[in-house]
Design a protein around this ligand. Structure first.
Ligand SMILES: [Zn+2]
Length: 639
């Protein structure tokens, strides 16, 4: 049954698997460092910004009105806005658990009181359905998001209970979960929600309460999906993954966030039930998706129209959707697969998407966000007003808020739990997956291990591990060497050796006070696309460590346009004296043809320029401008 022990304050607590996640109380990024700064910004600005906006636009008011009996007249916004209040509650709860700031405890309690008052006697809570003048409950499973909202409410309750032991929060969660089981269990409505998300929440709620009925309900939802219980829609049933049973699918398809949330729920169920067939199915789908349907940034979703995956290799850069929530969902899924299997490939992907999608969305002011994360912005676009909400994907700059406001609160809840993603333990040792500066501790079979990570990563590749507490008997520290780190070295008390990408286990029992040093030898590098990706063919991208870089128009010499340059691939990317990554660009001549097609032929090269690049996650921070990740290479045939 629930407890407020910090050892269970983690967003996912699987019953089995290769690795066990550390809890919030086991890790502190307070020393600064890259992710520590993001957590600090989340605590100081992002969560408060979201709190201000859910009030301002009426999302919180909708739930208040549900309690006051003033709906439907008082209702504002799209039908799924309740979920953003729940995600904010989750973020506040984890943040209180992480750093102990009582502001978030008080604010979370206040939100819970509003939600409790909005709830009907039978556990139903929703501000859009079920009252006179509103559509009846569960009358629109395709688009209604009622179970999706519950998923976020249950995750918020789990966060609250795991960080405070709040019994009233638990009672709300049980009322909701029991309502779901009564309404959608055997003999009830034999269908699913158009937007997955409740599956992973029900499994986690079963882990929290020890009540397997909730896990059973998650299994029912997973088994029903793909049976065509939802009506067909204009985007086809694959939009909400109701086209193929989840065990039979070969690749993620349809709406990216839905597909990834569903897969995360499937992994949760598979590890708790030792369902190796289901786990293998999700691994297979993940492999196919990463191999053929994922952007260099780790972003997923090529279609604006249905926020969906494209076909294999359909990865247009200027129409990349790469919703921030799909990045969050991808991180959730990769982390679950890492815990389940121990394969470092999943941590590589987790790191890629955290650095290049999740950290791209929020501005460094903590008050603005990208909803979609394009890889090519052709024009500077128009300025975004700071105090108005934007249509979700149309803004060319970060926006304060959106009519569909799923992304900011998703970033907030992920950042508040980020400490749980960096390292893991198992019986015989601890494993570091993300190189975040901070203090770590874990209980393993031999006893307690504690260590400090010191690093400027990702700006520098040197990572030092100082063991601060170690058991007297044998234990092992394992470190992930990222797939790009092909010249890494490891220094332990017995010497320095080269290490290859993958998981490196140090076969020495380290004692307190001993230091291990991993040098990942970060250098800027060219990255070339698979020839089948038409959207990037003939172009090259630049990466350094885990960071994707981009070219911004603001950095071009005076008068030069972003579409009037090519990259001189004979000159490798290099570091400038200012510690910037730079490349050699060549002006492209004769681009003013009245008909942009022709017989081809080489043109004489134009003038060369050395131009600095920007980490993609920071694009648009200095000024509105055009931007591209993939830069065309010079010396190919031109009209
Ligand atoms: Zn979103």
């Amino acid at each position: 049954m629930p407890t407020s022990s910090p050892t269970v304050a983690r967003p996912a607590d699987p019953v089995s698997g290769s690795y066990r996640p550390l809890a919030l109380g086991d890790v502190s990024f307070d020393g600064g460092g890259y992710w520590g700064q993001w957590q600090g910004l989340n605590a100081e600005r992002i969560i408060a910004h979201c709190r201000e906006w859910v009030e301002r636009v009426g999302w919180l008011g909708n739930l208040r009105a549900a309690g006051d009996g003033t709906l439907p007249g008082a209702r504002r916004g799209r039908l799924f806005t309740d979920a953003d209040v729940y995600k904010l509650l989750e973020a506040m709860s984890w943040e209180f658990g992480r750093a102990g700031d009582e502001t978030w405890d008080e604010q979370a309690a206040a939100l819970l009181a509003v939600i409790r008052a909005a709830m009907d006697d039978d556990g139903y809570v929703n501000s859009f359905f079920g009252r006179p003048g509103q559509p009846p409950r569960y009358s629109d499973l395709e688009w209604g998001h009622e179970l999706y909202n519950y998923g976020h409410l249950l995750q918020a309750v789990i966060a609250r209970v795991r960080t405070t032991g709040d019994r009233e929060a638990l009672a709300i969660g049980i009322a909701v979960a029991d309502h779901i089981c009564r309404t959608f269990g055997v003999g009830g409505i034999e269908s699913v929600c158009g937007h997955p998300g409740v599956e992973t929440a029900l499994v986690e709620f079963a882990r929290l309460t020890g009540d397997d009925r909730y896990r059973e309900q998650a299994a029912l939802f997973l088994d029903r999906r793909g049976q065509g219980t939802l009506a067909d829609v204009e985007y086809g049933r694959q939009y909400f993954q109701d086209d193929i049973p989840i065990r039979d699918a070969d690749v993620f398809r349809g709406h990216a966030v839905r597909a990834l949330y569903l897969a995360a729920g499937a992994v949760d169920l598979a590890v708790d039930r030792d369902d190796t067939e289901l786990l293998a199915s999700i691994e297979r789908q993940w492999e196919a998706t990463v191999a053929r349907r994922t952007y260099l940034t780790g972003g997923m979703g090529s279609h604006h129209q249905d926020e969906a995956f494209g076909e294999d290799f359909e990865l247009p850069n200027d129409r990349a959707y790469c919703e921030t929530c799909a990045g969050v969902a991808s991180a959730m899924l990769s982390w679950r697969l890492l815990l389940a299997t121990g394969r470092p490939r999943y941590a590589d992907d987790l790191e890629r998407v955290l650095h290049n999608v999740v950290a791209t969305s929020p501005g460094r002011d903590g008050r603005s966000f990208f909803y979609a994360n394009t890889l090519h912005q052709r024009t500077p676009g128009s300025p975004v007003e700071r105090d108005v909400q934007s249509p979700r994907a149309s803004a060319s700059q970060r926006s304060a808020w959106f009519d569909v406001s799923c992304c900011p609160t998703n970033v907030a809840r992920l950042f508040s739990t980020l400490a749980c993603y960096a390292a893991t333990s198992n019986g015989s040792g601890v494993q570091q997956h993300l190189y975040a500066a901070g203090d770590y501790a874990a209980e393993i079979d031999a006893g307690r291990v504690a260590w400090t990570v010191s690093t400027q990563y990702p700006h520098d590749g040197v990572v030092e591990f100082t063991i601060t507490e170690a058991p007297p008997t044998e234990w092992r520290l394992s470190l992930r060497v990222p797939e790009w780190a092909t010249s890494a070295t490891l220094t332990t008390p017995t010497g320095t050796v080269p290490v290859a990408p993958g998981m490196v286990r140090i076969d020495e029992t380290l004692a307190a006070g001993e230091v291990v040093r991993l040098d990942l030898a970060i250098e800027p590098r060219f990255t070339f696309p698979d020839e089948r990706i038409d959207g990037a063919r003939g172009a090259v991208a630049i990466e350094r460590g885990p960071l994707v870089y981009c070219l911004e128009s603001i950095d071009l010499p005076g008068g030069l346009e972003l579409d009037a340059i090519e990259l001189d691939s004979a000159v490798p990317p290099f570091m400038t004296g200012d510690a910037d990554v730079a490349v050699s660009l060549i002006e492209r001549r004769g681009t003013n043809a009245s008909w942009p097609y022709g017989a081809g032929g080489k043109r004489p090269p134009g003038e060369s320029h050395t131009v600095r690049l920007e980490p993609y996650s920071e694009w648009g921070e200095r000024a509105p401008g055009a931007m591209r990740v993939w830069i065309p290479m010079a010396a190919t045939a031109r009209t």
